[in-house]
Design a protein around this ligand. Structure first.
Ligand SMILES: [Zn+2]
Length: 428
């Protein structure tokens, strides 16, 4: 199914901005077409913003894109064992995650399409950090899925899931985003699809990586260690900065102005992201969070619906800072639609909404009990270890609080920096 673009210009602008501002992975989430609406999950979105050319969105991590669900009569379907015992919607996913062997592809061999992930400054991420991020993204989900086992493998031939980093241009996502597949689309890994050229097989014929058990990740603007301690307080300050009426972020007659003139419209073109608080110290979008989000698509499908509008051009102010920073009563989900901002800071975790969705889909779920030891730390060395996600959220503070952190809270806030996987890793 082709990527669906938003219909009108106004809608497009709106979606574009809200995408940038409100989605967990990425810069605009390059949202492509969503799967057909499902009755079982009324809360899901059926449309997403399109990939934009956002002038100031270099950081939005972007979220994945979805494509249409494949039909079960697809002949290229896979070699998974019988799945009759599981709900049809997740039968393939559930079998696949019971023995997940993941190969990371990001070499610099010029004969392949894959390339090395870099941070905002173009510096290569160390290999151990890339692996740490992907492992953490998987472990977060595995921590509440007793049936999930995974390991990273050294050869594509040993893998059943491939995560490839590259300079994707036509697969429908932004420069810090990714693209995964849906639970019904688990297939047999074919590493040759897109290996030498995006969306092409070895003989040059069209193919789509996400139909062959490949999750695509853009190569640019990632952070891993550099995102460990980026917190909600600074995101809130960033929004306060953006929408401070004293700043010339409104536009009228082609000029940027302050917001006191009610006839001036807020304009993203007037916001120079490079002057934003914290900009210089940002290294990139949290690869762990974004990969968690992408893999979440392969488990659950669509994004988690959120029933608020971060941006509303008919409203003054047009933005709700609390909502854009996800501080609302309904809690947080790691599968919120691609919000550039979410990826800036450490929002690693499993939340009530994620657990509810997993259960509704038919997975066996242990939440709030975690099967991995969750290690939360903060700068300076303080840490706690817990196997209870609610306790972890209390230590993180922001997930259970529908208002901004105070500076004092921000000093106490702990971040998920590790999941001890001993009981989760399968095989030798
Ligand atoms: Zn997404």
């Amino acid at each position: 199914m082709p990527i669906r673009r938003p219909p009108g210009t106004i809608l497009r602008i709106l979606l574009l901005v809200s995408a940038w501002i409100s989605c967990p992975t990425g810069r605009f989430p390059a949202y492509a077409a969503e799967p057909a609406p499902r009755t079982a999950e009324p809360a899901l979105r059926t449309a997403e913003p399109a990939p934009p050319a956002i002038p100031f969105a270099p950081f939005s991590p972007s979220a994945s894109v979805e494509v249409a669900q494949s039909d079960s009569s697809d002949p290229s379907e896979p070699s998974f064992p019988s799945t009759a015992a599981f709900p049809p919607a997740i039968s393939k996913a559930r079998v696949a995650i019971s023995d997940l062997r993941v190969y990371l592809e990001y070499d610099e061999d010029t004969s392949t399409f894959a390339s090395w992930p870099v941070d905002k400054f173009g510096r290569k991420l160390p290999a151990d950090q890339i692996a740490r991020a992907v492992r953490m993204g998987l472990a977060l989900w595995a921590s509440v899925l007793p049936d999930m086992r995974f390991r990273l493998v050294n050869r594509a031939s040993e893998a059943n899931l491939l995560v490839r980093f590259g300079d994707y241009k036509s697969s429908g996502f932004g420069d810090a985003g990714g693209r995964a597949f849906l639970p019904t689309q688990w297939s047999t890994l074919d590493p040759e699809c897109g290996r030498k050229r995006e969306n092409r097989g070895p003989d040059g014929s069209p193919c789509e990586e996400w139909e062959h058990n490949i999750i695509l990740m853009k190569n640019g603007r990632w952070a891993v260690k550099g995102a460990d301690y980026r917190g909600n307080l600074e995101v809130y300050r960033y929004f306060a900065w953006i929408f401070d009426p004293a700043h010339p972020h409104y536009s009228k007659a082609g000029r940027c102005r302050d917001g006191r003139d009610s006839s001036a419209a807020w304009s993203d073109a007037c916001v120079d992201f490079r002057r934003a608080p914290g900009y210089d110290s940002l290294q990139g979008v949290d690869l762990a969070s974004v990969f968690q989000h992408e893999f979440g698509h392969a488990l659950l499908g669509d994004h988690t619906y959120n029933d608020y509008e971060c941006i509303d051009y008919h409203r003054r102010p047009i933005v709700s800072k609390d909502k854009c920073t996800r501080m609302y009563e309904g809690g947080f989900s790691s599968l919120f639609p691609g919000d550039g901002v979410d990826g800036w800071w450490n929002r690693r975790g499993i939340f009530e909404a994620d657990a509810i969705r997993l259960k509704r889909m038919g997975y066996r779920v242990s939440y709030p009990v975690s099967r991995a030891t969750i290690v939360l730390t903060r700068p300076g060395g303080a840490f706690i270890k817990t196997s209870d996600w609610r306790e972890a959220q209390r230590a993180m503070i922001w997930p259970l609080q529908a208002k901004p952190l105070t500076p004092a809270q921000a000093k106490r806030e702990l971040f998920v920096t590790e999941l001890r996987l001993d009981s989760l890793v399968a095989g030798p």
